[in-house]
Structure formats: C-alpha cells, structure tokens
Design a protein around this ligand. Sequence first.
Ligand SMILES: C[S@@+](CC[C@H](N)C(=O)[O-])C[C@H]1O[C@@H](n2cnc3c(N)ncnc32)[C@H](O)[C@@H]1O
Length: 356
Amino acid sequence: MEDKEARLTMMHLANLISVPMALHTAVKLDLPDLIWQGGANLPISPAQLASLIRAKFSLATEPDAVNLQRILRLLAGHGVFEEVPDHGNPPAKAFRLTDVGRTLVSDDQGLSLGAYVLQHHQDALVQAWTCLHESVIDSSQEAFKKAHGVSAYEYYGKDSACNSLMQRAMSGVSVPFVRALLESYDGFGSEGLKTVVDVGGSSGSCLAMILQRYPGLQGINFDLPEVVADAPRYQGVTHMGGNMFESVPAGDAIFMKWVLTTWSDDECKKILENCQKALPEKGKVIACEPVVPENTDNSERTRALLAGDIFVMATYSAKGKHRTESEYRNIGVAAGFTNFRALYVDHFYTLLEFIK
Ligand SMILES: C[S@@+](CC[C@H](N)C(=O)[O-])C[C@H]1O[C@@H](n2cnc3c(N)ncnc32)[C@H](O)[C@@H]1O
C-alpha cells in the first residue's frame, strides 16, 4: 500500500466516531420518520427537512440546513440515506432512506433500531469508552464501572429513563429478529412443551411473540426485579424478578437471548448450570447470541460482530465477549449439557441449543 493510501485509511479510522455520532443525531432529530412519511420516502432537501424538524420539536428558529446536509451526506456515504441529485437552479441535494435507513423508522408499536442507536450513545456509555484501555491492562477492571463506580446493569436499575431506554432498545432489536426466527425455527413447538422461561427477558416482548405463535404455551419472563417491575403486561406471560446466578424458574424449555454474551466463561457456566437444574430430562436451553467466526475477515458480518464485541468489553464486562461456536460448546459441556448444536438463522444472532 502506498504511504498516501495508508495515511488516508488511518485518518478515516481516527474519524470513524463521526459515523455513530451522526447516526445518533439523525435519530435524535427523528429524521427517519420525518423522511419516511408513512411509506412515501420521497427525496427531501435539507431545507425542507429543517422545516419539518422545526415543526416537530416546536423550535423557535429554523435548524441549520447546511449542517443538516453535512450529517445526511456522511450517512449517505455509509448507506443510511440515498443522495438524489436535484437538477434545479442552483442545484440542491435531496435525500431519502435506503433499506438500511428504513430500520430506523418506527413500526406500529413505535419500535425501531433507533432506540438501540440512542442507548449505545447515551452519555454514561460514551464515558465508559474513555476507560476501555483499563480493561486491556487489567481485565478485572470493567470500563463502565471504572467510569461510574457501578456496573451497567446497576446503573440502569437506578435510573428509570436509562432502564426504559434499555428495554426499548432491546425490543427494537429483538422483536424483528424473533419474528424472523419463528418463521424458520420450530423448536418451541416440540411435543410436551408447556412452559417456556425467558431468562433475562427484559420487557417480555420476545416471549410474548413466542406465545402468540404457540398459544398453548405458558411463559415466565424472568429478569432483575427492577426490570420486571416496569415491564408491560402480555397475554400468557408471568413476570418474575430474581437473579439467574442464584436460580432460574422451572420450565420445559428455557429461552435466553443476548444474555450469555455479557458474562465471563465462569459466569456463563453458572447461568447454564442453573438452567440445567430448572429443566426436565432432555429439556433444552434455546439461546440466541452473536457468534464470531474462528478467523478474522473483513466481511460486514464479521466486522459487525467484532464491533459489538468491543461494545461488550466497554460496557458490560471485560470478560464477557462474543464467543465462537466451539467456545459455547465447551461451556455447555462444562455446565453438564449432553448435546449442543448451533443454527445460523440470522446474520447477527446464532441460535444455540444446549440439550440436557
Ligand atoms: C442484553 S439484555 C437482553 C434482553 C432480552 N433478552 C433481549 O434480547 O431483548 C440482558 C438482560 O439480562 C438481564 N439480567 C442482567 N443480570 C441479570 C440477573 N442477574 N438475573 C436475571 N436477569 C439479568 C438484564 O436486565 C437484561 O434485561
């Protein structure tokens, strides 16, 4: 590689923070919903968009269309918006959403990936990033704890706005995933399955979808007491507060999505041992976690999974991580499960069955 190219690449890497921050700005200003307009998604100029923002947020003055265009251009370069040339005089630019940008548009339940974007960039998490090097020097140092004195989950539990943003972020990511999962995976329809426990189920929205698909099932949504205290009611779902490191409610199957990732190998073993005790003979844990490939490559999937891995290191635990399939297999065996299989049902999540 030429020196000029190498310097350009490094300048780009150093400024990559502009991308998530611009994304955060786009969500804060509600640009996706303002452009989408119920499905019209017509190309809109920054000046027109500025007027919509002013009306939406009842601002005294018009937002700066030039700065708005700078945000839109960067995100167009990253595939969130499409830049449509305008042939007027003077020429102006117009923007509409791409399929990627469309994931930020609120659905009929008000859910989108927008809450995930906001949750990831809230002040408390941004501060934790500045302590990331501490987790490399000493993995007993959680960057988040270093920055705030408490773990991320303790922090969310004490701040109701954080807690509800976390729940919306989880639902915004998980609901579309579970909808797609239920189309390709029928493990919840197994004979004799009456009760499903969702360990670390957050608001219970994933479990509610499983029960909608299999109306004969009963569900227990199990999470920290402060999380289930605020959880919405769903038909067939009983919310139960507790600590999965102590015990897990008994059920015929245990669903667990995006929980193991945030804990160390020993902690995962403990969680899985408690699940094992709560299951009948041949019962299974159906876990959904990001699973990284053994070797690094520069595909979008691998990059997304490795980026998420560092988010886990900064926010949750220096020993929680995105694991490989064989790492999960080994933890399952150590926790006493006799069988294991991984199903690559999604680009981000892999379905892991641990069978007792
Ligand atoms: C990353 S979130 C995943 C939420 C949900 N399963 C989903 O995918 O949308 C992890 C969940 O684990 C819960 N959790 C953390 N510590 C826990 C504990 N000791 N016992 C039970 N749940 C816990 C958190 O409150 C949070 O809801």
